[in-house]
Design a protein around this ligand. Structure first.
Ligand SMILES: O=C(O)c1ccccc1N[C@@H]1O[C@H](COP(=O)(O)O)[C@@H](O)[C@H]1O
Length: 212
């Protein structure tokens, strides 16, 4: 098992939610800048939240098929410390972003079986793989059993994770980090602080929120 699993709480839209997630022990907070998202955050709100959580907690700007300039400018203005890239993106694009920010490159399970183009960037310094469901932010878990034999060492896991199932997911795949959003909310873009606390605790302890 990974000695210290990294825990990311995504979809942060306010200073209050950022501070609470940091106090709950999250290693990283996600800020979604993809216009299609129900959790879209403004640069101003993300910047205020980012500056409120101290020097250690990572702040990850989340983008989906957006222009290179927009990604780099937004991440800079919002004081992000890393960038998460979803979508159909060229290796050149990902490597350009990685010149300026650590990158979480999000791929789907199907990409592991034959998308040589997408997998190529994972050899670049500063690029870490995250595996997620085809519809990001949809709250649908991946088939962990089917992934057991192909899940790459050092990769992060997302997709429908929450307090009840994150321990089982870690047990199945031993990811380097876990990430969640929709199962931690009271409404889109608003965190349920109890669920955030339980999620971090379950990921760290290896016990699900119902003690299983
Ligand atoms: O959540 C969104 O709205 C979203 C939109 C565009 C790109 C990424 C998005 N969220 C990411 O989705 C995964 C997991 O979400 P869930 O826990 O299954 O709801 C996570 O990586 C978020 O960063």
């Amino acid at each position: 098992m990974t000695a210290h699993i990294r825990v990311k709480v995504c979809g942060t839209t306010s200073v209050t939610d950022a501070v609470q997630a940091a106090e709950a022990g999250a290693d990283a907070l996600g800020f979604i800048f993809a216009p299609i998202s129900k959790r879209l955050v403004t640069v101003e709100a993300a910047r205020a939240a980012s500056l409120s959580v101290g020097p250690v907690v990572a702040r990850v700007g989340v983008f989906l098929n957006q222009g290179l300039d927009e990604v780099l400018r937004t991440a800079e203005r919002a004081r992000m410390s890393a960038v998460q890239l979803h979508g159909d993106l060229s290796s050149l694009y990902v490597s350009e972003v990685a010149r300026y920010h650590p990158v979480l490159r999000v791929l789907r399970p199907a990409d592991l079986r034959g998308n040589a183009d997408a997998l190529e960037v994972l050899d670049l310094p500063g690029v870490t793989l995250m595996l997620d469901a085809p519809e990001p932010g949809g709250g649908v878990p991946l088939d962990w059993e089917a992934l057991r034999s192909v899940f790459p060492a050092g990769a992060w896991l997302a997709g429908g994770l929450g307090p009840q199932n994150v321990a089982a997911a870690i047990q199945a795949l031993n990811p380097a980090g876990v990430d969640a959003v929709s199962r931690l909310e009271s409404s889109a873009g608003v965190k349920n602080h109890e669920l955030v606390r339980s999620f971090v605790l379950a990921a760290r302890s290896g016990l699900s929120a119902d003690g299983a």
